[in-house]
Design a protein around this ligand. Structure first.
Ligand SMILES: [Zn+2]
Ligand SMILES: [Zn+2]
Length: 207
């Protein structure tokens, strides 16, 4: 007997509007903690999938997913909630709100990459001199080379989505290979540079 997972609140299911990273069309992306990613042209029956493979022909971008898009289903409650959210026309004003960290915050989520800055000069950005004091201010960020990513996440049953902008150590991942609009899992931690608001720094990025 085949196992058909039914995704819902229990696996942190979330669905939100985005653009396809392959063809640029306005679509919806579904993601959950089972590492499932499914793209839909429309929400609701018959749940038309956006069948647009990227160059490597992968639909599951996280690897190791327990299903292909063909055996995907939601639990009834979650399905009802997202169809209702769509009907109430929330989507037209559905927006992504910038989430800045508080001191010592950490966050882990999956989302869609919206913006990529290949290189950020932290010394220059925070007007620090390259001396002992400057190094102390940058702390663990002083040795790496950094880029910056912005990721959108959320669920249309909420008032708005979330937008995270964070520093990414280039040793962690080759930032030049990251594709705009593609999904990514991420773990961020707040970093404090004295005299500035805390910033998000990436600890883990799964593409
Ligand atoms: Zn799931
Ligand atoms: Zn597409």
């Amino acid at each position: 007997m085949n196992y058909y997972p039914r995704h819902g609140r229990w696996c942190n299911a979330r669905t939100f509007p985005t653009d396809c990273w392959n063809c640029g069309k306005s679509i919806f992306v579904f993601m959950c903690d089972c590492h499932s990613v499914v793209l839909f042209d429309e929400l609701g029956q018959p749940w038309p999938k956006h069948d647009c493979r990227d160059q490597s022909n992968r639909v599951d971008v996280f690897g190791g997913a327990q299903y292909t898009s063909e055996v995907m289903s939601f639990d009834d409650e979650y399905e009802m909630e997202i169809v209702k959210a769509k009907k109430t026309n929330k989507l037209k004003k559905w927006d992504f709100v910038k989430c800045d960290p508080q001191y010592k915050d950490a966050v882990q989520d999956v989302g869609v990459i919206r913006d990529i800055v290949l290189s950020v000069d932290l010394w220059n950005k925070y007007k620090l001199e390259k001396n002992t004091i400057g190094s102390a201010f940058l702390g663990r960020l002083k040795d790496g080379e950094y880029g910056q990513l912005t990721i959108h996440t959320g669920d249309i049953t909420q008032e708005s989505g979330k937008s995270y902008t964070f520093m990414l150590n280039k040793k962690l991942v080759d930032i030049s290979k990251i594709i705009r609009h593609s999904p990514a899992g991420f773990r961020l931690r707040a970093h404090l540079i004295p005299g500035h608001p805390p910033i998000w720094v990436c600890e883990k990025l799964s593409l």
